[in-house]
Design a protein around this ligand. Structure first.
Ligand code: G3H
Ligand code: 13P
Ligand code: ZN
Length: 328
């Protein structure tokens, strides 16, 4: 059944767990996420970026979500717009059945240029008015995530990788967060807490000090009713990097956010944990293995099946690790 982000994260807050929010671009990802949810009895947040909507076609995506709701009726499913850049993007998501939208007003509508506070408040408030009238939740964003110069998707060659926690000047200011929520009435707030999007987050192995836990707990204390969201939460598992490189890939060594850090952040009050890169790595590892081991294969089902299983495993792991398992 469909559920709004507010309903789902209220439940998560009450029971002290975190919700992974998985990005989707195709049918295999949708099925892998839902099958993992069924196995672990977890509620689900599926999110689509603007790029995902364009890639899969809005109508195809809408019908696919309808199908997933029908195939998995026992699983509460929140369908969320990731990084909406305008009122129009959020409105069309709602028309296609999304139960939650992110208005990312931390950047201008070009999704590249940092926006000022007034712009962010104004555009987010307008989205909240429209979305709440439809029973749809809203996530806003305050603060700028790392890897700004590479935009939302990292350069795939690893260019633009950042050091460990060197974005301290970018962390969200708690006073501003309180002001932002008072003026916009968002249900959830993405804050800058030391992560960045993509596979190339850290150039050194994180030493347990990658997230600004003090910022998280301070904002959570002052905004207990606003659910905190962590973007850039992929762990970039070593075994997936190794598998990709063993089977012909060329990924430079990189580090993501360790799962233990994500678990600590959940204890500090983070409720929605955005994961895209880890599923991209899993699908690529699975496909590469089949291509290398069985180069005669050309039936897509033969290589999508192991890729699907790899994604499902990552999803099951995160549901368990974040405490969402058994909460459906
Ligand atoms: O935040 C970005 C997400 O990983 C989506 O990436 O815009 O390439 O679909 P995308
Ligand atoms: P990752 O690139 O770390 O998976 O983050 C995804 C994200 O934040 C989507 O909004
Ligand atoms: Zn994001």
């Amino acid at each position: 059944a469909r559920i709004s982000l507010r309903q789902l994260l209220d439940h998560a807050a009450e029971h002290g767990y975190g919700m992974p929010a998985y990005n989707i671009n195709n049918m295999e990802q949708g099925l892998a996420i839902m099958e993992a949810a069924r196995r672990t009895q977890s509620p689900v947040i599926i999110q689509a970026s603007r790029g995902a909507r364009a890639y899969s076609n809005d109508l195809m995506l809408k019908r696919m979500i309808n199908a997933l709701v029908e195939i998995y009726p026992e699983i509460p499913l929140c369908m969320h717009q990731d990084h909406g850049n305008s009122v129009g993007t959020c409105a069309s998501a709602i028309q296609h059945g999304f139960t939650s939208v992110m208005m990312d007003g931390s950047l201008k509508a070009d999704a590249k240029t940092p926006a000022d506070f007034e712009y962010n408040v104004d555009v987010t408030r307008r989205v909240v008015e429209m979305a709440h009238a439809c029973g749809v939740s809203v996530e806003g964003e305050l603060g700028v995530l790392g890897s700004l110069e590479t935009g939302m998707g990292e350069a795939e060659d690893g260019h633009g990788a950042e050091g460990v926690l060197d974005h301290s000047q970018l962390l969200t200011d708690p006073d501003q967060a309180v002001d932002f929520v008072a003026q916009t009435n968002v249900d959830a707030l993405a804050i800058a807490m030391g992560t960045s999007h993509g596979a190339y987050k850290f150039t050194r192995k994180p030493d347990g000090d990658v997230l600004a836990m003090n910022v998280i707990s301070e904002i959570h204390k002052r905004l207990p009713n606003t659910h905190l969201v962590m973007h850039g939460s992929s762990s970039v598992p070593q075994e997936l990097q190794d598998m990709i490189n063993e089977y012909g890939g060329k990924m430079p060594q990189t580090w993501g956010v360790p799962v233990e850090e994500l678990q600590k952040a959940i204890k500090m009050g983070v409720r929605k944990i955005n994961i895209d890169t880890d599923l991209r790595l899993a699908i690529t590892a699975g496909i590469r293995e089949t291509f290398m081991k069985s180069p005669e294969v050309f039936d897509p089902r033969t290589y999508f099946k192991p890729a699907y299983a790899m994604m499902q495993k990552v999803c099951e792991d995160r549901f368990e690790q974040f405490g969402a398992a058994g909460k459906a």
